[in-house]
Design a protein. Structure first.
Lengths: 231, 880
């Protein structure tokens, strides 16, 4: 997998909530480059600023300091997002949820059927197509969220604690789906996690402590074998 | 913990709390305002009944009893202010020779009045011409005898022969019915009309004239000043009890004719009607406000369930969770209740100038307390009960997912809506059997009661129609997704199918919102239509009594030709229509006869089809024009004389040339029930030209003036100045104030001002609040959509589609339910209307205001929802 194209570049990025003595610094001068095909894990405990950093990368938050450049990304639609949980729209079924980014991008409903069906197949959720979010489990809902990203075919996938609320086995299946989606679309993948076993499955790991993004850890020789397959 | 929770609620759930508080405030304010108003109305009815009676009691001294002793007994009775003896002698007739012609009347009555009678009972007599003291003739007697002040008449008294007296004046006896009542006789045994021939004599003259007469009795006329309870029913009981007490103490020497009791009896029936109106028009509003609160509370149900699940996970005991839910309920109930009382007080001050609505302190305080308690109860039902139910039936795992009910509600499965509608129709049909008599006053039973059974049909219709609308909305949303997508396309473009899917899946809350809005709109419509129809009929009643915008009535016996109309056509008068007035005998029955110009009469007065039977107003006037000897008669006359259309009816009418009665043949052509200026009982309407030809006189009884509904008072004043005492000028504004029953004296407009104001608020609240809360609860959905690339225009399209669907469904459903309810209400409340309406009056302006306020509230809620959706999505997604 080539990692030549620079998709996103952060320099000295900071995010501060509030002002004065009560201000909280969530991200403190982060430097980060993300290139096509990257598999990056941002690891850190709760409250270390991982989610805030991810929101900055996704463009959901405006940095209060530093700059973020997205030279390899055409626009917000080139970024696919996966959240910790409950990111499906309750009134839409699995297929409609997975098709939503495409529909929002202006694709006619009929044209979304094929990519959505394929995406659901990839994440092992083809059998859930007509179900509503409250009729499926948390793990299945996360895989549908991954399928939604896959159908969107973005250049960058940002996943915020995608396994955080799942048990180990289910989390592994969701991560498998996420990696499969990234591989299939050739997208870069950035995952925030506090779970070292999740981080271990990605090629690059950056730690965060108290809002600071630490220097990259040495690259692992080989990614561990997946512990489960999609159900 | 309680304090922290309360702080959290007010800080983070302020919107939901305020919405619930608003619902409670509306319910409390409506109940407090209407309850206080009802109590004040009843007091007004009592006061008006008391004012309407000139002589409170007519105490008849029984044969053989000493009038002086009876007088002393009456004067000593508690509550007596004035007691004056009045002599009453039956006469066999009166005679008068005027202008060489001698007139003789049938039996009559001579009254002997003390000198100070008029000062103590000023409303009993009204001077029409001549002196106000001395020998006074009643108007009709003067007309029968062709006598005027200065003429001499003869009174035939059994046992005393013929006595001659000189007439000093002509008077009207406004309260003749009660004045000449048969004291002690039940209502059904009372004479149908007061005597036609009456002469009033000073007491001393009466005594000298009736010396030796055989049929002479004494009555003691009483004015009372006892303090009466405010409620007409209680006042009636009090007055009746006092009258019975006097009779008992007199040991049979007197009988009490209780005029005050009779007036209060009528007022207590009207009070019951007022109570019915309160129930019919007020209770639905309060129920609606309560339903709004429940809907508002349930709009936040999902969130509350999640919060409850979290609290349970954190180890809170059920009792503590209930305490927290109780805190929210208490907060909503107490704050909403107090706000509602404030709103009620403000309504009272703005609409009636007093916080108490005119009710006494104890009563309005009681109503305010009742309303507050009800508000707190509704709050507990809306907030605490669902929390208790969830605690008992829902697991923590359940609380973390959206509640999804796949099964249809039980009422839908069992067809409750159809059952209610069928029940409503059956009850309505059954009520029509007794002419929708709501207030029952059975003969021989001293108390009046309300047939609450009749309430059932509109109540069932309201509920049944609401449930049917719910069913239809659910069906349309569930099966009409392609149509929804087509409708949504202009606003949502490529998102149309997704929008339709969302609307279809959210059909339950959406249908509930549509039904709630429809109920509020139907409440506004039915109240407004009822009120408008009531005002229309009050206006018709006033117009019927007065005859036209301005009416110039000629004095009895005046020979004014139709050409005199020209002098009355002053500035502002569009048309002057002469109306003949004669008396005519049919058999032995004397009735009023009105001669009209069939082609022109409608130019000055309104003739509604409801006034006639056997044809429309236009058709019957055409019949009079086509065949001049055609005659319209009252239904009673048709019944009494067994008339069929085309039958000859011979009337005896006075011939102006000979002054004698002559027989004039007419043909029965239709039934007239009401006619401008005509009395409530039997009368005739004929072609004026034919009457003039047959009687040799075209003298006009009254001129009806059309002023185009404007400047009536000014024109009447101008004509009074112009005509001086030559004629009586009355205008519609003046008559409006006189004709009202005690029910109209309550001024339904007061009740309506309260209700219509609240109806607009409820409609706007039902549309706006529920939508706003529904959108607020879905902020997360909008945030997800935004993160996934939704532009603000796309979100706006989705929200506006939902808002328009809600507004269209609610307003259309509400209009249909409101129309059906109005038709039924006006039928069921027939007894309130006099005369019954021929058609409903629809107040377009108010309904447009309600629709406008509703649409504005829905759009405001939608725009606010869009604004909230436009907030940085990450703020909503922090907890994802």
């Amino acid at each position: 997998m080539a990692s030549a194209d620079l998709l996103l570049s952060c320099r000295g990025v900071a995010l501060t909530f509030g002002r004065g003595p009560t201000a909280v610094v969530a991200v403190h001068g982060a430097d980060l480059d993300v290139r096509s095909g990257d598999r990056l894990a941002v690891v850190g405990p709760s409250g270390s600023g991982k989610s805030s950093l991810l929101h900055l990368l996704a463009g959901l938050e405006r940095p209060t300091g530093g700059t973020i450049a997205r030279p390899g990304l055409g626009g917000p639609r080139d970024i696919g997002l996966v959240f910790q949980a409950d990111s499906l729209i309750p009134a839409l079924d699995v297929t409609e949820n997975a098709a939503l980014p495409l529909v929002l991008a202006g694709r006619p409903q009929e044209e979304t059927r094929r990519p959505v069906a394929e995406a659901l197949d990839v994440v092992g959720a083809a059998g859930l197509a007509d179900r509503l979010p409250d009729e499926i489990s948390g793990g299945q809902a996360q895989r549908v969220a991954v399928a939604r990203v896959l159908a969107q075919a973005p250049r960058l996938i940002l996943a915020d604690e995608p396994t955080g609320r799942l048990d180990h086995a289910t989390g592994a299946r969701v991560l498998d789906a996420l990696l499969a989606a990234a591989d299939r679309t050739g997208a870069a993948l950035v995952v925030t996690t506090h779970d070292p076993s999740v981080a271990a499955r990605l090629t690059v790991r950056r730690s965060m402590r108290d809002g600071r993004l630490l220097a990259p850890a040495p690259e692992t020789a080989e990614a561990p074998t997946p512990r489960g397959s999609p159900s | 913990m309680i304090t922290a929770w309360a702080r959290g609620l007010t800080r983070h759930r302020i919107g939901r709390l305020l919405a619930a508080v608003t619902g409670i405030a509306l319910a409390v304010a409506l109940i407090a305002a209407l309850g206080s108003f009802l109590t004040a109305s009843k007091a007004t009815m009592t006061q008006r009944a008391v004012r309407s009676v000139s002589v409170d009691w007519q105490v008849e001294v029984q044969p053989g009893a000493d009038p002086n002793a009876a007088g002393s007994l009456v004067r000593s009775a508690p509550g007596t202010r004035t007691a004056l003896p009045v002599g009453l002698a039956r006469t066999t007739g009166f005679t008068a020779t005027v202008g060489g012609s001698t007139q003789t009347t049938g039996p009559g009555v001579a009254l002997g009045l003390p000198a100070d009678y008029r000062s103590h009972f000023p409303d009993e007599l009204r001077t029409l011409s001549g002196s106000g003291t001395g020998i006074l003739l009643a108007q009709q007697t003067a007309s029968n005898l062709h006598a005027a002040p200065g003429d001499t008449i003869g009174i035939r008294l059994p046992g005393a022969g013929l006595r001659q007296v000189q007439v000093d004046g002509v008077v009207d006896l406004p309260q003749a019915d009660s004045l000449f009542q048969k004291v002690g006789a039940p209502a059904q045994s009372q004479p149908t009309a007061p005597p036609d021939n009456v002469v009033l004599l000073p007491a001393a003259r009466f005594a000298s004239l009736t010396r030796g007469a055989t049929d002479v009795t004494t009555q003691i006329h009483v004015a009372r000043d006892a303090k009466l309870p405010a409620d007409p029913a209680a006042a009636f009981t009090s007055v009746t009890g006092a009258a019975h007490n006097l009779e008992a103490r007199s040991a049979g020497t007197v009988l009490v004719g209780n005029n005050l009791g009779a007036a209060l009896d009528s007022a207590r029936q009207d009070a019951l009607y007022a109570q019915i109106l309160f129930l019919f028009l007020g209770v639905p509003g309060a129920v609606l406000a309560a339903a709004l609160t429940v809907a508002v509370a349930s709009a936040g149900g999902e969130r509350r369930r999640r919060e409850q699940g979290l609290l349970r996970l954190r180890g809170l005991r059920p009792r503590q969770i209930i305490a927290l839910a109780g805190l929210e309920a208490a907060l909503v109930g107490v704050v909403g209740g107090l706000a509602g009382l404030g709103l009620a007080a403000l309504t009272g001050r703005l609409a009636f100038g007093a916080t108490s609505f005119g009710a006494n302190a104890g009563t309005w305080a009681l109503w305010y307390a009742v309303a507050f308690v009800l508000g707190v109860t509704v709050a507990a039902g809306a907030v605490l009960v669902p929390a208790l139910r969830d605690l008992r039936t829902v697991t923590v795992a359940d609380t973390r997912r959206e509640q999804r009910v796949s099964r249809s509600p039980w009422w839908l499965r069992y067809g409750l809506d159809f059952a209610l509608l069928i029940g409503s129709w059956l009850v309505f049909r059954a009520s029509s059997g007794n002419q929708y008599a709501l207030v029952l006053a059975p003969e021989g039973v001293p108390s009046v009661s309300v047939s609450y059974w009749a309430f059932l049909s509109p109540a069932l219709l309201w509920l049944g129609a609401a449930l049917l609308l719910w069913r239809l909305t659910l069906l349309a949303l569930a099966h009409g997704r392609p149509a929804l997508a087509r409708l949504a396309r202009p606003l949502t473009k490529t998102l149309a199918t997704t929008t339709a899917a969302v609307l279809s899946r959210r059909r339950r809350p959406l249908a509930r919102s549509v039904v709630l809005l429809a109920l509020a709109v139907s409440f506004a419509i039915s109240t407004a239509v009822f009120n408008s129809t009531y005002r229309q009929q009050s206006e018709v009643d006033a117009r019927l009594t007065n005859g036209a915008d301005v009416t110039v009535t000629q004095p009895p016996g005046a020979q004014v030709p139709p050409s005199a109309a020209g002098k009355l056509k002053v500035s502002g008068v569009r048309h002057v229509e002469p109306l003949q007035h004669r008396y005519a005998y049919v058999g032995a029955d004397l009735q009023d006869l009105y001669g009209v110009r069939p082609a022109n009469v409608a130019k000055a007065t309104s003739l509604q089809d409801a006034y006639f039977s056997g044809g429309t107003a236009g058709q019957l006037m055409r019949r009079l024009a086509q065949r001049p000897d055609n005659l319209l008669v009252s239904a009673e006359t048709v019944h009494d004389f067994q008339l069929s259309p085309g039958d000859t009816v011979n009337l005896r009418i006075q011939d102006a040339r000979t002054r004698a009665l002559r027989t004039v043949p007419f043909h029965y052509a239709g039934i007239v029930k009401e006619f401008p200026t005509a009395p409530k009982d039997s009368f005739f309407v004929a072609n004026a030209a034919y009457v003039a030809k047959a009687t040799g006189s075209n003298a006009v009884g009254a001129f009806l003036l059309d002023t185009g509904g404007a400047h009536q008072q000014q024109i009447a004043a101008h004509l009074r100045k112009q005509l001086r005492t030559g004629a009586t000028v009355t205008d519609l504004t003046q008559t409006r104030g006189i004709v009202g029953t005690s029910l109209t004296s309550v001024d339904l407009a007061g009740l309506t001002r309260i209700e219509l104001g609240f109806a607009v608020l409820l409609a706007a609240g039902a549309g706006g609040l529920v939508l706003a809360l529904g959108l607020a609860e879905r902020r997360r959905t909008f945030a997800i959509a935004t993160v996934l690339g939704a532009r603000s225009g796309q979100l706006r399209g989705m929200v506006l589609t939902e808002a328009l669907l809600l507004a269209t469904g609610g307003l259309t459903g509400g209009a249909l339910i409101g129309w059906a309810l109005s038709e039924m209400l006006v039928k069921v409340l027939t007894g309130v209307f006099d005369p019954p309406p021929a058609s409903l009056s629809v107040p377009g302006g108010y309904l447009a205001l309600t629709a406008g306020a509703t649409v504005a509230a829905v759009l405001a809620a939608a725009l606010n929802g869009i604004r909230s959706a436009g907030r940085p999505a990450v703020e909503e997604l922090r907890d994802l």
